[in-house]
Design a protein around this ligand. Structure first.
Ligand code: ATP
Length: 447
C-alpha cells in the first residue's frame, strides 16, 4: 500500500472541484457528498463506459430507469421491511450510535462477519468492550436502514413509501413488462443506474460509505439449472469491466461471502474487494438471488411472473444472478489508484494517472502568454477545433505555464497543448504528456 492517505485524496478532490461536502455552508449533512464539475464528469464517464460495456455492446441486456419511489408492497415482498437491518449499539452515556460489527472489526476482532447479534453481544460483554469514548455499550438492536417517507397529502400507513435502498427491485417489478414488450430469449438481463438510499449507522471514509449512493446493477434472468456457469461468466465480465477502468488486477480480490453474512436473498455471493488507501474493502458484488425476488413478487402481487420458453418446454420462475457495482466506490477506486506522486526539478508533483477515456478533461489548450493577442487568437482557434473533436477540452490561461501544468496534472488531464511564437511561424504546437511530463512538437493537423 502507498503512503497516500485518504485525507490527501479528499483534499485534492475538494481543491480541484471533484467533490464537496453535502450542504457544506450549513455545516454539512453526514453521509452526503456533492459531486463538483470534475467529479460529475468522471462519474459520468464511468457510467458511460459501463453502459457501453454491458448494454450497448450486447444484445441480451435491456436498460431501464425505474422510479425511486415504489409502492410499499414492493419492499414488504422483497423482505427489506423486515430484513434490511444493521446491528446498532449505543454508548449509554453519550448516546452516540455505532454499527456493532464495524466497531468489533475496528478492534481487530476476527470472524465478526459470521457472528449473530447474540454472539456479538456476548463478545462485547465477555471482553468488556467499551464505546470509542470509553463508556458502556447497550445491547445490540436491529436498525432498519430504509428511509421512510409519505407519498401524497395524507400521512398514514397506506401512504408510507421508502427511498429505494437498492435499484434491483425496480428491475424485478418490470420483468414482465420487458418480457411482454421484447420477448427476449433466456438468459437475458435488465440493467439500470441510479440513486439508492441507506440510512447507514456510521457513514464514513469519504464517498465509500454514504447515505445517498449510486448503484449500477444488472439482474440476469436464467434457468436455475444454469446458475453456476452463468455466475462464473458474469463474475468474469465484472472483473473485465474493472480492468477496463484501469484498476490494477493485483488490487482486486474476489472474496466468497460466508452464509451468515450474505444478504437475506442470496444463496451464493462473491464480493470483489479493492485495495483502497483505507484498506481492502468491498467494491462490488455478484450474488445468486435464486427465484427469491420474482417468486415473492408473484405471490404478493398475484401476477404470473413465469417465463414461457419458446421451445414449448415448461414455464418457470426465472432465477437471478446479480452483478452489482457501487458507482461512488468505483469513482473512489479510480481516483485512489490513479493518485500518483513524483518529483520534478526537486519539487513534489501530484498527478492523477487516469485512463484517457475517464479523464474529466481530455486536453487543456493554452497560449504561452495571455497578454499577446496574436498568441491568444491562434490558441482560441486550436481550442475550438479540439473542443469540437474531443468534447471535454478546456481553455487554461491562468497563471504561468508551470502552474497550469501542475493544475492539469492534479485533475488528470492527459495532454496539455501550448501555442507559442513558433506556432505562428510553422503551425506547430507543444504537446505535453501528463505521465512522462515530456513535451514534443506536433503540427496542429496532427493533434
Ligand atoms: P457493505 O457491506 O459495504 O455495507 P453491502 O454488501 O451492503 O455493502 P450491497 O447491498 O451488496 O452492499 O450493495 C451493492 C453495492 O453498492 C456495494 O458493493 C457497494 O459498492 C455499494 N454500496 C452499498 N452501500 C453503500 C454505501 N453506504 N455507500 C456507498 N456505496 C455503497
Amino acid at each position: 500500500m502507498s503512503d497516500v492517505k485518504l485525507e490527501d485524496i479528499v483534499s485534492l478532490c475538494k481543491r480541484r472541484g471533484f467533490m464537496y461536502q453535502g450542504s457544506e455552508i450549513y455545516g454539512g449533512l453526514a453521509g452526503t457528498w456533492d459531486y463538483g464539475p470534475l467529479g460529475v464528469q468522471l462519474k459520468r464517464n464511468i457510467v458511460d463506459a459501463w453502459w457501453k460495456f454491458f448494454i450497448e455492446s450486447r444484445d441480451d441486456v435491456y436498460g431501464i430507469d425505474a422510479a425511486i419511489l415504489m409502492n410499499q408492497k414492493v419492499w414488504q415482498a422483497s423482505g427489506h421491511v423486515d430484513g434490511f437491518n444493521d446491528p446498532l449499539v449505543e454508548d449509554l452515556k453519550t448516546k452516540k450510535r455505532y454499527r456493532a460489527d464495524n466497531l468489533l472489526e475496528d478492534l481487530g476482532i476476527e470472524g465478526v462477519a459470521a457472528m449473530s447479534t447474540t454472539q456479538m453481544d456476548q463478545v462485547i460483554e465477555e471482553q468488556g468492550i467499551k464505546s470509542p469514548d470509553g463508556n458502556q455499550l447497550s445491547k445490540i438492536r436491529q436498525f432498519n436502514m430504509m428511509f421512510k417517507t409519505n407519498v401524497g397529502v395524507t400521512e398514514d400507513e397506506n401512504s408510507t413509501s421508502y427511498l429505494r435502498p437498492e435499484t434491483a427491485q425496480g428491475m424485478f417489478v418490470n420483468f414482465k413488462n420487458v418480457v411482454d414488450s421484447f420477448s427476449p430469449d433466456m438468459p437475458f438481463a435488465l440493467a439500470q443506474v441510479g440513486k439508492a438510499f441507506r440510512n447507514e449507522i456510521s457513514p464514513r471514509d469519504f464517498i465509500f460509505r454514504v447515505r445517498e449512493l449510486e448503484q449500477m446493477e444488472i439482474e440476469l434472468f436464467i434457468h436455475p439449472d444454469n446458475w453456476k456457469e452463468e455466475f462464473e461468466k458474469w463474475l468474469q465480465l465484472q472483473q473485465d469491466f474493472y480492468l477496463s477502468l484501469g484498476l490494477p488486477a493485483d488490487k482486486l480480490h474476489k472474496i466468497e461471502v460466508p452464509a451468515e453474512d450474505r444478504a437475506h436473498y442470496s444463496k451464493h455471493s462473491i464480493d470483489t474487494e479493492f485495495d483502497f488507501t483505507i484498506g481492502q474493502k468491498e467494491l462490488g458484488g455478484c450474488a445468486y438471488r435464486t427465484d427469491h425476488d420474482l417468486s415473492s413478487h408473484a405471490n404478493a402481487s398475484g401476477k404470473n411472473l413465469k417465463y414461457i420458453p419458446k421451445d414449448g418446454s415448461e414455464a418457470f420462475i426465472p432465477h437471478v444472478i446479480e452483478p452489482t457495482f457501487g458507482l461512488d466506490r468505483l469513482v473512489l477506486a479510480v481516483i485512489d489508484s490513479s493518485y500518483s506522486v513524483d518529483e520534478q526539478n526537486g519539487e513534489q508533483r501530484i498527478y492523477l494517472k487516469l485512463p484517457e477515456h475517464l479523464a474529466p478533461v481530455r486536453m487543456a489548450v493554452s497560449p504561452l502568454l495571455k497578454n499577446k493577442p496574436e498568441l491568444v487568437e491562434k490558441a482560441q482557434e486550436v481550442f475550438k477545433a479540439m473542443k469540437q473533436k474531443y468534447g471535454s477540452v478546456i481553455w487554461d490561461d491562468n497563471g504561468n505555464i508551470g502552474k497550469r501544468y501542475r493544475r492539469q496534472d492534479e485533475i488528470g488531464t492527459p495532454k496539455c497543448v501550448t501555442i507559442d511564437f513558433q506556432t505562428l511561424e510553422d503551425n506547430t504546437v507543444t504537446i505535453r504528456d501528463r505521465d512522462t511530463t515530456q513535451q514534443t512538437r506536433l503540427s496542429i493537423d496532427e493533434l
